[in-house]
Ligand binder design. Structure first.
Ligand code: ZN
Length: 218
């Protein structure tokens, strides 16, 4: 249970790794609670967790596991596609990080840490809630782009990658905004009021998306 008395996946995971199973051999120091606190879609949290555990299936990792495959990056001329390259040092990734103005923060984290994982923990710990949202969704969007290149031979621009990330943040806010939920659940069951509630809900959604888009300027 969490402090507020409710069950969460994080509390169940904590119980498993600290009390039910002897997992001391796989413990790794890091700002893990920062991943649990992320205000993003579960699939983004999952990706950040896999990155932090060092188990993202990059081509270099495949080779480390004995799978013979090319190790070149799908986006540039580098022949070393590991987590550090894909996430941060690929020229395409740098272009993506630059668009929302996050490259400076990423560079600072990289200069003060020894690995991509530690850099991610540093960003999780030191950026504001809003910037951490963007940092994590940009990571997801970069990895998505990488997979599109490898599996579908599809090309996206850095602007599209950033737009995907921004949309994911907006979608999370729309799905987690009490004003929207209240509008959708408290309307009266009459035709007139239904139309009013629907209009109000649509207005709230539009205003939220518009204001957030302006705020982020990604
Ligand atoms: Zn590259």
């Amino acid at each position: 249970m969490e402090r507020h008395g409710r069950y969460s996946v994080c509390s169940a995971y904590r119980l498993c790794v600290t009390e039910l199973v002897d997992s001391s051999h796989i413990w790794r120091l890091g700002y893990w609670s920062g991943i649990c606190k992320l205000k993003v879609m579960p699939k983004v949290k999952n990706l950040v967790w896999r990155m932090s555990r060092g188990c993202l299936p990059t081509r270099v990792r495949f080779l480390d596991k004995g799978i013979v495959c090319p190790t070149n990056c799908a986006s540039c001329a580098s022949n070393h596609e590991d987590l550090m390259h894909v996430s941060f040092y690929c020229p395409f990734s740098i272009e993506v990080w630059n668009r929302p103005g996050l490259w400076g923060s990423v560079q600072h984290a990289l200069s003060n840490t020894a690995s991509a994982t530690d850099a991610i923990f540093s960003l999780l710990e030191n950026l504001s809630v809003e910037l951490v949202q963007h940092m994590s969704t940009v990571l997801w969007s970069i990895w998505k782009h990488c997979n599109l290149r490898v599996w579908d031979d599809a090309t996206e621009t850095s602007a599209t990658v950033v737009e995907h990330a921004r949309n994911m943040v907006v979608d999370w806010h729309l799905a987690n905004t009490p004003v929207v939920l209240a509008s959708s659940t408290n309307h009266q069951p009459t035709t007139t009021l239904d139309m009013g509630a629907s209009t109000s809900l649509q207005h709230n959604v539009t205003m939220l998306a518009a204001s957030y888009a302006r705020k982020i300027q990604m």
